[in-house]
Design a protein around this ligand. Structure first.
Ligand code: NDP
Length: 424
């Protein structure tokens, strides 16, 4: 295996991966059973991961699975995967989980501490696919015991990225990016040396409203926003993709994962979602990763790393696709991307505030209490209010990150009636 070349201060790639003995061949790897834990097992990423596990049940043993409140589905998965432990975040769903596991030896537990316990159990590989900042503590718990963390969740890096990467590096954890754009960048970076990287480019599908006018975007419905043109994903990330906040969160995620400065991070809109990410080197070479828009490809890359595994994903047929298009993102119709850039440039507490406000705004939009244009408006107003209150320092501990997150949620809730009225 060639060593990963990117070694920024608190980036995990170099330190953790070089500690491991490279596996000689994919055959050798097939002989090694791997214990895995799935945080967010009942979701879209969880399902794609399980689809791959099902295809190779001999190689993998499932240690723990988690969900928020879908106790029946979680129990079903735990039974099927023969997991040792199932944890549900919502204590009200515990009875449902417990009864679903009746007659098995699978342990069940509920509440936030149970999610952390699931992450702490001895699985070599942990899929971090809980939505939102709620993922921070369990994902950090997995990283802090030196597990290989396949990181789908981006909000934990936006909420407390420096802290997360520092702790993961100290524990010798490997953090493998599942997000398709970051997984693409990770793969493309192996084509050169860190000091020769000029910039990276994340592609964005542009979401369902890429070609819509500003006026039309103001009036979009929840149903329209939930119809992503190229990807099938959970509701939060689908709405984030429609506002382009998802790309903004991904810029902050890339900053932490790869240790790149804001001016080394670019976004280009690419409607076909075939080119997932590009790295430009100083000689002008641009290395890209391409593939069908199917999350099983980056998940498989993280599962088999540093080997490769077969997936059922549709093979890329460029001749059939015919045309790949690229365009600049429009900051006027999609102000969320600019807000994320502002938070990244400001640093300190701003990304934590941005993420919390966005989670509130998306939940309010999904609850039909806030219009689509109100999402970015509420995030902007919350960023302004937090600055006015002097909430600026970067969180130095998980407790500080959670305190800033909670404060920002309260600010957003206070601002909501005014913004909702303005944006309706
Ligand atoms: P889903 O909404 O489909 O699934 C989320 C999972 O997390 C479910 O198991 C859900 O349980 C659980 N969960 C949600 N909220 C909480 C909470 N507060 N506490 C504990 N568990 C919780 O999301 P996705 O799978 O689409 O996305 C997961 C993460 O991966 C997100 O951060 C997203 O941005 C990222 N991602 C997703 C991609 C995709 O293609 N889906 C692509 C790239 C990144 P329950 O079922 O009980 O609600």
């Amino acid at each position: 295996m060639r060593e990963p070349v990117l070694r920024p201060r608190a980036c995990c790639y170099g330190s953790a991966m070089t500690k491991r003995q490279p596996l000689a061949t994919a055959d050798l790897m097939a002989a090694v059973p791997r214990t895995v834990t799935l945080l967010g097992a009942t979701g879209s990423i969880g399902s794609s991961t399980i689809d791959l596990l099902r295809r190779d049940p001999v190689r993998y043993r499932v240690e723990a699975v988690t969900a928020r409140r879908n106790g029946t589905a979680l129990a079903k998965l735990a039974r099927e995967l023969n997991a040792q432990f199932a944890a549900i975040a919502d204590p009200d769903a515990y009875a449902e989980l417990k009864s679903g596991l009746a007659g098995t030896r699978i342990e069940a537990a509920a509440g936030p501490a149970a999610l952390v316990e699931a992450a702490q159990r001895p699985a070599e590989w942990v899929m971090a696919a809980i939505t939102g900042a709620a993922s921070l503590q369990p994902t950090l718990a997995a990283a802090e015991r030196g597990a290989t963390v396949a990181l789908a969740n981006k909000e934990c890096l936006v909420c407390a990225g420096a802290l997360f990467m520092r702790r993961a590096a100290a524990a010798g954890a490997a953090v493998l990016p599942v997000d398709s754009e970051h997984n693409a960048i990770f793969q493309a970076l192996s084509a050169g040396r860190r000091e020769d990287v000029k910039r990276i480019i994340l592609t964005a599908s542009g979401g369902p409203f890429r070609t819509w006018s500003l006026e039309a975007i103001r009036n979009v419905t929840l149903e329209q926003a939930l119809k992503h043109p190229t990807w099938t994903m959970g509701p939060k990330v689908t709405i984030d993709s429609a506002t382009l906040m998802n790309k903004g969160l991904e810029l902050i995620e890339a900053h932490h994962l790869f240790g790149l400065k804001p001016d080394e991070l670019d976004v280009v809109v690419h409607a076909q979602s075939v080119v997932h990410g590009l790295v430009e080197f100083r000689d002008g070479s641009v290395i890209a990763q391409l593939g069908s828009p199917d999350m099983r490809i980056p998940i498989a890359h993280c599962m088999a790393h540093p080997a490769r595994m077969t997936t059922p994903a549709q093979r890329l047929d460029l001749a059939r696709i015919g045309t790949l298009s690229f365009e600049e993102p429009d900051p006027v119709r999609f102000p969320a991307l600019g807000l994320a850039r502002r938070a990244l440039a400001t640093g300190g507490a701003a990304p934590t505030v941005l993420n919390a406000a966005n989670e509130i705004a998306v939940a309010e939009f999904v609850g039909r209490r806030l219009g689509f244009a109100g999402i970015a408006a509420l995030v902007e107003a919350t960023l302004d209010a937090a600055e006015r209150k002097g909430v600026t320092g970067e969180p130095q501990s998980v407790e500080e990150a959670i305190a800033i997150d909670h404060m920002a949620r309260r600010l957003a809730a206070d601002l909501l009636p005014e913004i909702a009225a303005m944006a309706s």
